[in-house]
Structure formats: C-alpha cells, structure tokens
Design a protein around this ligand. Sequence first.
Ligand code: DX5
Ligand code: ZN
Length: 226
Amino acid sequence: MHVDDGIIIAPSILASNFSRLADEVSAIDRAGADWIHLDVMDGHFVPNLTFGPPVIKALRHVTDRTFDAHLMVSNPDALLDSYAKAGAEIITVHAEACAHLDRTLSRIRELGCRAGVSLNPHSPADVLAHVLDRLDLILVMTVNPGFGGQSFIGAMAEKIATIRQMTAGRDIVIEVDGGITAETAPLVAAAGARALVAGSAVFKGDGEAAYRANIDAIRTAAAAAR
Ligand code: DX5
Ligand code: ZN
C-alpha cells in the first residue's frame, strides 16, 4: 500500500476542527500522514453521527493520500457505490453490521476498492476465518466505536496477535483504532498491527508542526516495537 512495509499512520479527522476541515486535512497531509482515516457514523450502529459521501468527495480535492473509510453504519451495502465514487480507496465495514459479509466484501473489491472488516472489542477473530480470501485489511477496534478520546483496551493486544497468526503469509494489513498514542502504539505494533489510526493524539496542538511531531512520535514508538 502507501508505505511498502513500514508503519502506516492514519490520522482520524474525527478529532480535527470541523469548521476548518479542508485546512486540517491539508495540514496532516503535509505533516506526514500516510492515510486519511474517515470515520463515518450513522447514529444507529453507533450513537454518534458524522459525515458521508458528499464530505468525502469534497475532501478528495484537498489531498492525494489514501482515503481509509471506516463505516460504522448498520447497512453499509446501501451506499458502497457512493463511497467508492466519492474517492474512498479502502472501505471497511463492521462484521457486526453485515449479515452477508462475504458478499459485501466481494462487492467492495468489484468497485475497485480495498476491502476491510472491523471488529468491535467483544467480537472474536474467528468470524473472519472464512472470508480471508476476500480481505485486504482487518481493523481491530481498541475502543468501543462511536467517539474519539477514549481509553485503549489492553486486552485487544491478544486479539491482534491471534489475527497476525491467522493472516500469516497473506497480504492483509492489520489496523488498530482507538486510544492510540505514542504510549500504546508499541503494544499494538509488537502484537502485529501495521496501520495505526489516531485521532486525539495527532490533532493535539495547533497546525502542521504540532501534527508532524505527534505523527512522528507515534510512528517512532511503533516502529521500535516491531
Ligand atoms: C472511534 C473512531 C476512531 C476515533 C479514534 O469510533 O473509529 O477512529 O476517531 O479516536 P482517538 O484516537 O481519539 O481514540
Ligand atoms: Zn475509525
């Protein structure tokens, strides 16, 4: 993907200043973000509401970085085409929201996107055992989805390690999301995570220079633990 075998940092714009969204995305692009993580929430699968395809489409003009769309929605199938058309390159759905996960993942690839599945903290890794051929990415939630700024759930390190074993020899990226900081990054990287989503730990301080220092701190801590 964007960085051949290294750590991938994916700032979540959920923690950005929404009144200056284009500037914030441009700032994390210049500050060294590998992917832009887009948290789509529908007020149903999770209690919170964020944004959808029109906002993603508008941001597509601001950066060339990979758009990593995390759909925290109850019925992802209904809008998959819209997310692909809006410019999402990775589309991740929640296993808990998909009655026909195999079909949903196949559809994401048919649309020319990379297919991801996310697991809530309570969901076991086993649910992915029979869809590994359909997957490009597994997103392990390290908090309960819905809000930024929550505390990392330490028990997820074991699930990440299980998934690393399950995906050995396959071209599948393991991503983590929630409570990732320079302090928790080594725990997930050591367990096998390569792509790290971070919201509040990246958008601390104001603007490009602060964001660059934050991204670098997370990347350095994670890389040292691999
Ligand atoms: C949570 C979202 C996350 C969130 C992470 O539902 O999926 O991407 O923005 O925020 P932090 O890094 O602040 O925990
Ligand atoms: Zn997310």
